[in-house]
Each structure stands twice: as C-alpha cells, then as structure tokens.
Design a protein around this ligand. Structure first.
Ligand code: HEC
Length: 108
C-alpha cells in the first residue's frame, strides 16, 4: 500500500518535470552563459531571443542552422553587432543546444 503510494508520487513528479520543454529551454538559457549577452525580449550584446524567433519565423532550416551557429559561433546575421557570437563551450551538450534552439524559435 505505502510503496504504491510513493511510486505514484514519483511518477507524478517525473511526468511534471518532463511536461514542459519550454521550461527546460529557459532554464538552460539561464544557466548556459547566454544571458551575459542575450535578453529574451531585449537586445544586449547580442540580439533579443524574440528578434531571433521573428527573423526565422517560417524558415524550415532555422533549427539546424541555429544549432550550428550556437555550437560554433559566428557573425553576419544581425546588423550593428559589436562582436561575433562566440562558440558555446563543450560543457553545454549538443542535446542542450537543440533544446535551447527549439525554445528560442518558439518565442513570440
Ligand atoms: C559573448 C556574447 C554572447 C554569448 C555568451 C552568447 N551569444 Fe548568442 N549572439 C551573440 C551575438 C553578438 C550574436 C549576433 C551574431 C550575428 O549577427 O550573426 C548572437 C546571435 C545568436 C543567435 C542568432 C544567430 C543567427 O545567426 O541568427 C542565437 C540563436 C544565439 N545567439 C543564441 C545563443 C545562446 C543559446 C547562447 C548561450 C548558449 C548564446 N547565444 C550566447 C552574442 C553572444
């Protein structure tokens, strides 16, 4: 009886923590060093994440393109930037970058 109750709670917790990919994206954004240069809706050193989402709205290649750009860094997409975007350190996994880009492109 008791064991089953505990199992149910564990199941409920793991379902709720997986339920929202958007939360994962934002959490990764906050802990992966992105916020030193990016705001969600404000330009800082780099463009606002919402401006990135708007620029690539409807672009089927955006997910792959941006995963590569976040991994390796680069420049030339946004005007008047003071520096290129740096490569993202290996401590941020490819899977995390995928989640980050999915989240960025979902912003409105
Ligand atoms: C040191 C500053 C800096 C950091 C740290 C940084 N960025 Fe950037 N980012 C930039 C700049 C500058 C640009 C504009 C590059 C351009 O115009 O091509 C940019 C562009 C981008 C773009 C749009 C790329 C394009 O080609 O349209 C995305 C997406 C992005 N950053 C995501 C991230 C994520 C996710 C992180 C954290 C893992 C991050 N950035 C960390 C400075 C930074």
């Amino acid at each position: 009886m008791k064991v089953r109750y505990v199992m149910a709670i564990i199941a409920a917790i793991s379902i709720s923590s997986n339920a929202n990919a958007a939360d994962d994206g934002e959490a990764l954004f906050n802990k992966s060093g992105c916020t030193s240069c990016h705001g969600i809706d404000k330009k800082v050193v780099g463009p606002a994440m919402k401006d990135v989402a708007a620029k690539y709205a409807g672009d089927k290649n955006a997910q792959a393109l941006l995963e590569k750009k976040v991994r390796s860094g680069g420049s030339g997409s946004f005007p008047n930037m003071l520096m290129p975007m740096p490569a993202t350190p290996a401590s941020v996994s490819d899977a995390s970058i995928k989640t980050l880009v999915t989240w960025i492109l979902s912003l409105k």
